[in-house]
Design a protein around this ligand. Structure first.
Ligand code: DGL
Length: 253
């Protein structure tokens, strides 16, 4: 019960998920694994994404994680079936674009789904969207390089977004962020298209809480949990400090 929850992404994107899970479950310990060495996943083949995701899971299991959050839409959409087969005893929570929320809660008539090229191409996403009612109101917008611009804090992000989003002004009533990096540029997106912006992080946090309860794995500690940051590009742990983490979280607000 007192082992940590593991969370991974290709870089800083999953921090947007970590924050929500930590807010809901403050007494849990976390290990955040940023696979910066293999970033960006969204421009890779399925085989490469599966291999990268597998190496993240191995690192987290080596550190006794009791549950693993795949805090990356690209890895979830392209690798979760393989991961579940390779690690049948591991509890996984996957991250998918919150298109159902756009339809059921926001009652969208025309919704823009922004995601990495590998997510948009994935069979799982296309299959999922085709099974939902009103799937024709979802418009797919692949955003090549965007996660990388965010990851590297590039100054060009605002002009990149302007070019990408201008054709959609006045044509959509909400935007779904189908990549965990994108919440860091919500402010920039809103300055171009001012519609409700949806990301799935609340749903992920609730799913983690549910699975921990169901498997009797909730932490028994009554003090604040700790977060440990690991990065595949560097040897050793704790590369990203807590201060850096909070700095990232405040970006884009
Ligand atoms: N943050 C990731 C996602 O949710 C992937 C970004 C990337 O590495 O391309 O899809």
């Amino acid at each position: 019960m007192n082992f940590p929850i593991g969370i991974f992404d290709s870089g800083i994107g999953g921090l947007s998920i970590l924050k929500k899970v930590k807010d809901l479950l403050p007494n849990e310990d976390f290990i955040y694994y940023a696979d910066s060495k293999n970033h960006p996943y969204g421009e890779k083949s399925i085989e490469e994404i599966v291999l990268s995701a597998k190496s993240c899971v191995d690192e987290l299991l080596k550190r006794n994680c009791k549950l693993i959050v795949v805090a990356c839409n690209t890895a979830s959409l392209n690798a979760i079936d393989d991961l579940r087969k390779m690690y049948p005893d591991t509890l996984f929570v996957a991250t998918y674009p919150a298109v159902k929320v756009a339809i059921d809660v926001y009652e969208t008539k025309s919704c823009l789904l922004m995601a990495t090229p590998a997510s948009i191409k994935s069979e799982r996403l296309q299959r999922f969207v085709s099974t939902i009612d009103k799937s024709d109101c979802i418009h797919f917008l692949p955003c090549p390089r965007l996660a990388n611009l965010i990851e590297t804090g590039c100054d060009d992000t605002a002009s990149y977004l302007k070019k990408l989003l201008t054709p959609w002004i006045g044509k959509v009533d909400c935007i779904v962020l189908g990549c965990t990096h994108y919440p860091f540029v919500i402010g920039k997106i809103k300055r171009i298209i001012d519609v409700p912006i949806i990301d799935g992080s609340n749903g992920i946090a609730k799913r983690v809480e549910y699975l921990l309860k169901e498997n009797q794995l909730k932490s028994l500690k009554d003090e604040q949990g700790k977060i440990r940051f690991i990065n595949s590009s560097f040897d050793g742990d704790d590369i990203k400090t807590k201060e850096e983490f909070y700095q990232y979280i405040s970006v884009g607000k």
